[in-house]
Design a protein around this ligand. Structure first.
Ligand code: SF4
Ligand code: SF4
Length: 101
């Protein structure tokens, strides 16, 4: 379930540098998340990093785009082919994930 940004966004920009996948960018009217790049932070954090810094808590799960942890991890591995640490954590099944909190 990729994270999405609601129209409550106040364009503060705090979320953009927090994303491990560079999935967030400034859109026409509010900041937007590319669902092809968002892993719900699976592989990196046990929470959504964007939501953690958002002052109006408008980075929320997109109910129209549900995804399993395994698919999100696969995306993370694909987006970071040179990240040996991520690969090691995936192989050892010790990744950070919001699904494991
Ligand atoms: S949930 Fe994580 S991966 Fe997805 S946009 Fe937010 S910071 Fe990026
Ligand atoms: S942190 Fe929240 S309010 Fe600020 S740009 Fe990101 S989504 Fe919008």
């Amino acid at each position: 379930m990729a994270t999405t940004i609601t129209t409550d966004c106040i364009n503060c920009g705090a979320c953009e540098p927090e994303c491990p996948n560079e999935a967030i960018s400034e859109g026409d009217s509010i900041y937007v998340i590319d669902p092809e790049l968002c892993t719900e932070c699976v592989g990196f954090y046990d929470h959504e990093a964007c939501q953690a810094v958002c002052p109006v808590e408008c980075c929320v799960p997109d109910p129209s785009n549900p995804e399993a942890e395994a698919d999100l991890l696969e995306r993370a591995l694909r987006l970071h082919p040179d990240d040996g640490e991520l690969k090691k954590r995936a192989e050892a099944n010790t990744i950070a994930s919001r699904f494991r909190k």
